[in-house]
Design a protein around this ligand. Structure first.
Ligand SMILES: Nc1ncnc2c1ncn2[C@@H]1O[C@H](COP(=O)(O)OP(=O)(O)O)[C@@H](O)[C@H]1O
Ligand SMILES: [Mg+2]
Length: 338
């Protein structure tokens, strides 16, 4: 279902948290909402679900749901802490939304069994939530969410309490189910890789505002501002000037479609090609073995540090002078900071 949020403002007694927020999610889209802790991600999910009152408009498939009660919105939230009913069996937990819809006990337990199978939890229906591992409880919470047949599934950091390998399994499962059930999904996460690897689009949130929305490639390679660039980390900023569409400075020159002025050219280490041939001179400052790769820190002549992950045998040692090229196809000119 298509979601359109316009001019949304939400707060608590302590003050405003979301400020005039606008966000659109297309039908069937998988969107990740990414941002640091405390920026307002959970607040936004609760406002969409109707748990928190909001000023502005929230439309789901054209219908204004801003003032509808929770159960009439067609949205379901899965929280990080799952909130399963401890005194009910796993099957009763999953069947709960169907009970609310007045479906007979026999029918809803049958459906619960089918959904438990979908989340690879067949045979666990008779247990209590406390008799399951964290990962299993998260699967049950997911099955319960699916039972409600949401038009829009809101997942609030559903994997963050799980071990890394379980997390990977859950990501795969969620992606597969979201396609199978043709759901529109918003996944809240503060995990950059999770957001980039799972989503059709990523929305970046800071201080209660969406600062950029785009494909994973766009938000990573074409950050709208320094904050977004830094959020994905490992940036190098090369100071220089743009004149007539050409950036020069810090030993590089490349086209930049921005007005004349002082800029920092943002680059990531994959743009540094250390092939021994280019015009960019570097000194190897440190070589750190990390298991799967080696982190090599290079110092450019102007003092810029490049930290580059290298695989295979380390060919450089500290103090080596090497020549390199800087690829500028992913370079982004960001206004120099005052
Ligand atoms: N019930 C509440 N009462 C007052 N302030 C709250 C409440 N819940 C969250 N906040 C505040 O709102 C801001 C956003 O919180 P939240 O939406 O939970 O962020 P996130 O999910 O991105 O970590 C934080 O500053 C937090 O302290
Ligand atoms: Mg949160």
């Amino acid at each position: 279902m298509k979601l359109e949020i316009k001019g949304l403002s939400v707060g608590y007694d302590t003050g405003a948290v979301l400020h005039d927020l606008t966000l659109g999610v297309a039908e069937g889209e998988f969107l990740s909402l990414l941002g640091p802790s405390g920026c307002g991600k959970t607040t936004l999910m609760k406002a969409i679900a109707g748990i928190l009152p909001a000023a502005g408009t929230i439309r789901l498939d054209g219908r204004d749901i801003t003032n509808l009660p929770i159960h009439r919105r067609g949205t379901v939230i899965v929280f990080q802490d799952m909130r399963l009913f401890p005194h009910c069996s796993v099957a009763e937990n999953v069947a709960f939304p169907l009970k609310m819809q007045g479906i007979s006990r026999a029918q809803r337990l049958k459906r619960a069994e089918e959904l438990l199978e979908k989340v690879q939890m067949a045979g666990y229906g008779g247990r209590r939530p406390a008799e399951l591992s964290g990962g299993q409880q998260q699967r049950v919470a997911l099955a319960r969410a699916l039972a409600a047949q949401p038009k829009l599934l809101l997942l609030d950091e559903p994997f963050s309490a799980l071990d890394e390998n379980l997390r990977e399994d859950m990501r795969t499962l969620v992606l597969q189910l979201s396609r199978e059930f043709s759901m529109t999904v918003i996944l809240v996460t503060h995990d950059r890789e999770e957001a980039l690897s799972m989503s059709d689009r990523v929305a970046l949130m800071f201080d209660g505002r969406i600062v950029q929305t785009g494909t994973p490639e766009a938000v990573y390679h074409r950050p709208a501002c320094r904050r977004v660039a830094d959020y994905f980390g490992n940036c190098v900023y090369l100071p220089g000037q743009v004149r007539d569409g050409l950036f020069t400075g810090s030993g590089i020159a490349c086209p930049a479609a921005v007005p004349d002025g002082d800029y920092d050219m943002m680059l990531r280490p994959d743009s540094l090609i250390v092939d021994g041939a280019g015009s960019y001179g570097l000194t190897v400052e440190a070589v750190t073995f990390r298991g799967g790769d080696t982190l090599v820190t290079f110092r450019a002549e102007d003092g810029t540090l490049w930290k580059k992950s290298c695989t295979g045998a380390a060919v450089w040692k500290t103090g080596d002078h090497v020549r390199a090229r800087v690829r500028t196809d992913h370079a982004v000119a960001l206004p120099a900071q005052a």
